[in-house]
Design a protein around this ligand. Sequence first.
Ligand code: SME
Length: 163
Amino acid sequence: MHAAMKNTVTKQQLFLALLGEVRTIAEHTQDDTNEKLLVICKLLVDAVPYYDWVGFYCVDSSKNELVLGPFACEPTEHKRIPFGKGVCGQAAERRETVISQDVTKELNYLACSPQVKAEIVVPILKRGEFVGVLDIDSHARSAFTAEDKKFLEQVCALVSELF
Ligand code: SME
């Protein structure tokens, strides 16, 4: 981990700076929306040392499933996830952020890579309508704090209009 990341204030500053960048990307009207979401995935993976996989899933409301959208890092076999299945499906069903600090202890989990130890999934609501989730995996156990949850919920609010 980067030395500066041990300091809470610096983490707050990092998240604040990233929110500014996400806002700029999201509001840039010329670009394709999937391209913007991809750029945001790459930004988060590159900037936060313990974010090891970042991706968006979109809602297919005709089937009550999540469909894989733009993502950064390793391809995943989980391209469609029914509501209720895995950490993503639980967040979809509950329409609230779900954190697993140790995925090896999860009974309802869809494994992507044995390296993954923790996961956070944040629902995306567009003017009240559930439209997708942001999914982040970490190779570090207990990686996600209340700060990550708040930050990622703010990211989801900023990108919701892209869905
Ligand atoms: N682990 C997820 C599946 C998606 S991958 O992490 C990309 C889950 O349990 O829903």
